[in-house]
Design a binder for this molecule. Structure first.
Ligand code: ADP
Ligand code: MG
Length: 628
């Protein structure tokens, strides 16, 4: 019989491996008997160490103990996430031809490793763990990644597998794996909407998925925070204990890295204890300057100290719901994933939020993702007759931030809204900003704000050789096309000259935003929501006014011969006066704009009615916006 396909959860802080065997999933313990292994690799004069042992020697060897590499996977060195995270890492990260590389000393030599190589060492350890348990060589694996990982991050994960000598049969999304583990895909007639709440060691991810016909998993939305998780709760405890130490011994231990590291390890242990007991104690021999430290903490105190952090998770839940345009009552199941959801208070907050709905707890949250990966492995490994799982899983992703182009010369017109499923495509007809214009700059934007300058310009191209047309007349067709791999293609064509097509292709990894930036932009959009709403109203009234007078000018141009010259002249000058005013007052206030709109309509509408009466009213299709 062929060897099984294992499932690996390659986590930011902890990794886990599982296999489907004898009709069920088994989580495989490592050589220390633990079911999860820290995603940490250390280099010394004599050896390379992976997992818990690497963590425990970190105090003595901080520069050569590498962790958190998942945050670097598939990102260029210049990526703001890499630049930001680097500041906090005790190991050195350098620029290796545009990519980050980790610099360490290993066996007395300076060595450089890519994030893929470090990840491959962790994957290798998981592979060995499985081999030791199964007693045979293993090559096939399913590996999980966060739902928001882009192509580059996914292929970097693939590469890490290759280096480790693994044949990665498939990369699947972590929340999908968790849903598979809970069997939420089974006995499904129709559709089910689930929310996956994944609070791990350093990151917090909320995903809403739709499962239909048992095999189609669609990611409806993702939200979360790149820095919220177990480590924050550990740090809260460290601070508390350090303060207690100061009170008891009048000494500040925070200046000693060694003492802090010891205290951190003890705090994490205490935190885990508090998930099942109401009290925990730290007891550390010679913590600082030979002082023995002994202190206890109650669960309720811990809950109070971390209360705000816990509560914050609900903001992301709300965000994911609103992005998916769902009410909480339409969530059929809530799935808890990640070691930190073992904290009773976190479970309770979520249960209360979902009005007492029971959250799934029958699988260990830190094992659920690996468990789902192993199930997927069994499906791919032709073990499927033993499983009542149907076929393979196809996944659908969404656009993380809205995409659009610049109109009016200053504002963004959204072509594809944030969280639209991909593949996605939309075309609109745009007009030109002035009469004699024969070229236009197509500025491709990403973001949620009203003004171009508040969004991210991800690409730009010029379309020239356009047929001259009156200002405001639609006819430049712009198409946004995002394929299943998340690659955006924007094209523009003059509908009167269809051989004149210009286009640009923008890959997710190239210029598009990282998850951390998406976070930042969403926060900004939230912060400026009121301001932006007001701005949007102004832009809308402005567009209406501009569209109205442009329509007016066209009516004058096309008026029948019997129309009064006097009327034509008055109408034309009224329109031009408005256009001139608009040009000079790009960002006029709302009340000014509303006043102009009203008074212009009062003045023009009787005139236009007369001018129009010749051959009945003309169809006027407004453009989606004007390009400059
Ligand atoms: P990752 O973020 O790498 O996916 P996990 O989901 O395994 O990792 O979560 C690891 C985090 O879970 C760590 O911060 C760990 O301290 C925490 N954790 C594990 N078990 C418990 C527990 N019983 N109570 C509270 N926190 C726990
Ligand atoms: Mg995880």
């Amino acid at each position: 019989m062929a060897s099984p396909t294992i499932g690996i959860d390659l986590g930011t802080t902890y990794s886990c491996v599982a296999v489907f065997q004898h009709g069920k999933v088994e989580i495989i313990a490592n050589d220390e008997g633990a079911l999860t292994t820290p995603s940490c690799v250390a280099f010394t004069d004599t050896e390379r160490i992976i997992g818990e042992v690497a963590v425990s020697q970190a105090v003595r060897n901080p520069e050569n103990t590498v962790f958190d590499v998942k945050r670097m996977m598939g990102r260029p060195f210049s990526d703001p996430t890499v630049q930001e995270e680097m500041k906090n890492w005790p190991f050195a990260v350098v620029n290796d031809r545009g990519n980050p590389a980790i610099k360490v000393e290993y066996k007395g030599e300076r060595r450089q490793f890519s994030p893929e190589e470090i990840s491959s060492m962790i994957l290798g350890k998981m592979k060995e763990t499985a081999e030791a348990y199964l007693g045979e060589p293993i090559t096939d694996a399913v590996v999980t990644v966060p739902a928001y990982f882009n192509n580059r991050q996914r292929s970097a994960t693939m590469d890490a597998g290759k280096i480790a000598g693994l044949n990665i049969r498939r990369i699947i999304n972590e929340p999908t794996a968790a849903a598979l583990a809970y069997g939420l895909d089974k006995n499904l007639n129709g559709e089910k909407t689930i929310l996956v709440f994944d609070l791990g060691g350093g990151t917090f991810d909320v995903s809403i998925l739709k499962i239909s016909s048992g095999s189609r998993f669609q990611v409806l939305s993702t939200a979360g925070e790149t820095h919220l998780g177990g480590q924050d709760f550990d740090n809260t405890l460290v601070k508390y204990f350090a303060d207690e130490f100061k009170k008891q011994h009048k000494k500040d231990l925070t200046e000693s890295r060694r003492a802090m590291r010891k205290l951190k390890a003890a705090s994490e242990q205490a935190k885990r204890t508090l998930s099942c007991s109401s009290q925990a104690r730290v007891d550390i021999d010679s913590l600082y300057r030979g002082i023995h430290f002994n202190c206890s903490i109650s669960r309720s105190r811990f809950e109070k100290m971390c209360g705000e952090l816990f509560r914050r998770t609900l903001d992301s839940v709300e965000q994911a719901l609103s992005d998916a345009k769902l009410k909480k009552s339409s969530i059929d199941d809530v799935v808890m994933v990640g070691g930190s959801t073992r904290i009773p208070k976190v479970q309770q907050l979520l249960e209360d939020f979902f009005d007492g709905k029971r959250v799934s707890k029958d699988i260990n949250p830190d094992e659920a993702v690996a468990c789902g990966a192993a199930l997927q492995g069994a499906i791919l490994g032709n073990d499927s007759n033993k499983l009542d799982l149907i076929g393979s899983v196809t996944l659908q992703d969404v656009i993380p931030l809205s995409l659009g182009i610049e109109v009016n010369g200053f504002s963004m017109m959204k072509m594809l809204e944030r969280n639209t499923e991909i593949p996605a495509c939309r075309s609109e007809q745009f007009s030109l900003g002035s009469d004699k214009q024969t070229s236009a700059q197509v500025k491709v934007l990403e973001g949620e704000r009203v003004m171009t300058s508040d969004n991210n310009v991800i690409g730009e191209f010029l379309i020239s050789g356009l047929v001259e047309r009156p200002r405001g007349e639609p006819g430049i067709k712009v198409t946004f096309d995002v394929n299943a791999d998340g690659i955006l293609r924007v094209s523009a064509v003059d509908t009167k000259k269809s051989d004149n097509v210009m286009h640009i292709t923008i890959a997710e990894s190239n210029g598009r935003l990282s998850a951390a930036e998406v976070d930042r932009m969403m926060r900004e959009a939230e912060q400026f929501r009121e301001e932006d709403d007001a701005l949007r109203k102004r832009v809308n009234v402005r567009n209406e006014l501009e569209g109205y007078v442009i329509m007016g000018l066209r009516t004058v141009d096309q008026a029948g011969d019997d129309a009064s010259e006097e009327d034509k002249k008055t109408a034309r000058s009224t329109c031009n006066e408005v256009l001139e005013w608009l040009e000079k007052n790009r960002l006029a206030e709302l009340d000014e704009l509303t006043y102009w709109l009203q008074s212009t309509k009062e003045k023009l509408s009787p005139l236009l009615q007369k001018l129009n009466s010749g051959d009945g009213s003309r169809q006027y299709t407004p453009s989606a916006g004007s390009m400059h």
